[in-house]
Design a protein around this ligand. Sequence first.
Ligand SMILES: Cc1cc2nc3c(=O)[nH]c(=O)nc-3n(C[C@H](O)[C@H](O)[C@H](O)COP(=O)(O)OP(=O)(O)OC[C@H]3O[C@@H](n4cnc5c(N)ncnc54)[C@H](O)[C@@H]3O)c2cc1C
Length: 421
Amino acid sequence: MAKRTESVVPRTEVAVVGGGAVGLWCAYFLQQRGHEVTVLDRGEIGAACSWGNAGYVSPSHVVPLAAPGVVTQGLRWLLDSESPFYVRPRFDLDLARWLWRFARSGTAEHVRRSAPLFADLGLRSVAHYATLQESLDLGFRPTGLLMVHRTEHGRDSNAELTEHARAVGLEVDVLDPDGVQALEPAVTDGIGGIYFPQDAMVDPAQMTTALHRHLDAEGVRFLPHTEVTGFARQEKRIAAIRTSRGTLEADEVVLAAGAWSEKIGHELGLRLPVQPAKGYSVTVVPGGLAPQLPVLLTEAKVAVTPLSKGRLRFAGTLELAGLDGSVNERRVRAILRAAPAYLRLDAVDIDPAEAWAGFRPCTPDGLPLIGRPASLDNLTVATGHAMLGITLAPATGDLVASLIEGTPPPFDPSPFRVDRF
Ligand SMILES: Cc1cc2nc3c(=O)[nH]c(=O)nc-3n(C[C@H](O)[C@H](O)[C@H](O)COP(=O)(O)OP(=O)(O)OC[C@H]3O[C@@H](n4cnc5c(N)ncnc54)[C@H](O)[C@@H]3O)c2cc1C
């Protein structure tokens, strides 16, 4: 007699693996279009990288991480223990391959091709957030984004970004120090900047919590603390998902497991080069004059986000150090030290060990992986959103729902195809 395996739930139409911002927005659009959805997560829903990030919804971020000059700059930063970018030297074939592809992707042509994609998807997401905010409090605010610089190098880098952004039709205001003061009095004197009025922000934890509750009330089934451990395949189909709590049969599977996607991809015979890039944030109620707008400190690469109840979040650093969640206190201190040089704030007195850490899911070319692999008929991948998962999640969810239904996609999905590596 065939051995029976225990099922977590009888069966579902669409199983979404990963309950972060990306998985939740996929579930949102699927549920809206009448599909029956189950979301599985190895931990709490929304508690991984989508929790303590800076919450920028930023079409302005049109330059992918893989851009000219990043590799040279990265090599210089490797020697600096407080730098915003770090690769932990280790023998890891996946990392070596990833770094090689990353270095090859960083061309001017790649930036030229990627910029309109980021702007388009970012603007679509701003519109989706604004629409949903009308019925659900996601902590979304159409604030714009102010990027400020203290040095000539910072000014040049923002001038370059302004050029790329304008070339793809985004609005950018170039501001002298008086202009910056008029817009955001919390910035110290003598600092110039650029302002992107079409950018916005959400409180990321408020957004994931509100979406989770809303979907739960609408009948989406949530299975937290349910780790996907493997799959049963039948030719070109996933017949069942094996989890730490039994098996689950699904007609369609969405893989939205963020920084863990490469490992799950291996189980399915897929090559999904997604490296975890750790970043930190610290959230405080600061003394001094707190900014009302999200402000990016250009040279320090620190994002400052005003949240509700007078809280201010400082976020930054990018460490390619595997899935190691330990906190590098020197780098957290560097984030905190940067702020008073740009903002009228008192020094932040907090134990760096209390910082939040999250793993950005990074692909070598900086573009997400969204699509259906040729080798499997009932899988859709939605991962690799790197530094822009909050920005790109709604547009991704919209696309995923149409790919599953086979309806015309909201935008051309080919640049994001999952078989490109
Ligand atoms: C410091 C910092 C600041 C950032 N700031 C911004 C910003 O301002 N704007 C922006 O757009 N983006 C920002 N990001 C990036 C953004 O946070 C990520 O791109 C986004 O959260 C990724 O979402 P996700 O749903 O793909 O991954 P996650 O939120 O990590 O979700 C993946 C989920 O998959 C689950 N999972 C993994 N393996 C399994 C398994 N085997 N079985 C079941 N479940 C599994 C995990 O538990 C997790 O909940 C920032 C990131 C960091 C670190």
